[in-house]
Design a protein around this ligand. Structure first.
Ligand code: SF4
Length: 249
């Protein structure tokens, strides 16, 4: 199984790989950098090069039919991040392929699936024609105020859990949290990481507390990814939204 180092999930599943940068949050895309390494190591999923102005070596958008069934082979329930190395709603992913991804998710209700996209407009256009089983969480990335419109697109999606990932958070952000269940916030990490202002984080946390929205602070970020930890005002914020399991207890 592909376990994940991402704090808020347990496994990753990549029925597609590759992507193209679309907004400033993509500037230091970890997947783009990793794909280049995986290509050099000869990994078969990462041999298709993308446009060099928006993508890179090994990061061309590629469909993997042979990956569609992978979660069926995981017997124990997992939180699964769908497409940690891509964007399911990228314009080059055909609707029929997205339907097949949903088919697998419907047929493996033991898992909770977390899909995160920056292509919120396409998501909102396709959402009425997709089935939305209770085990699918749908999220959009919002890195600063100019991209808050992605949350408006998300609000129209009938997913059981709607979440926003404000990572890397690049500026002060005021979000409308209506019909949003979960907010993840994190600073950028790695070489050239852009700074995270604690007041941006506190203001989002306070809004979540006021609105009773689950809040997850992933990391401060910085040059060394984990060096600055994830403590905010002496507290680790690791809340999750109410899910089917939690609601049952
Ligand atoms: S949308 Fe996500 S996967 Fe695609 S380039 Fe941007 S950060 Fe990377």
């Amino acid at each position: 199984m592909a376990t994940s180092a991402i704090e808020w999930t347990e496994a990753s599943w990549n029925p597609t790989t590759g992507c193209d940068r679309t907004s400033p949050g993509c500037d230091h895309c970890y997947a783009l950098t990793l794909a280049k390494r995986l290509k050099a190591m000869g990994q078969s999923k990462y041999q298709n090069d993308g446009d060099e102005s928006t993508s890179g070596p090994g990061f061309g958008l590629t469909l993997h039919d042979d990956a569609l069934d992978i979660p069926r082979n995981w017997p124990s329930p997992k939180k699964v991040f769908v497409n940690s190395m891509s964007d399911l709603f990228h314009p080059s992913v055909p609707f029929t392929f997205i339907e097949r991804v949903f088919e697998t998710m419907i047929q493996t209700p033991r898992h909770e699936y977390q899909i995160l996209t920056k292509r919120s407009k396409r998501l909102s256009e396709l959402a009425p024609d997709l089935p939305w089983p209770a085990n699918v969480w749908m999220g959009v990335s919002v890195e600063d105020q100019r991209y808050a419109f992605r949350a408006d697109h998300l609000r129209s999606v009938p997913a059981s859990v709607r979440f926003i990932s404000a990572e890397p958070l690049l500026g002060k952000l005021k979000l409308d949290l209506d019909r949003i269940d979960w907010l993840i916030v994190g600073g950028e990490s790695g070489a050239g990481a852009r700074p995270l202002d604690g007041e941006w984080v506190r203001s989002l946390r306070d809004d979540c507390v006021d609105r009773n929205v689950a809040f997850f602070f992933k990391q401060w970020g910085g040059h060394h990814p984990k060096a600055n930890g994830r403590t905010l005002d002496d507290h680790i914020w690791s809340q999750y939204p109410p899910t089917r399991e939690l609601l049952r207890t």
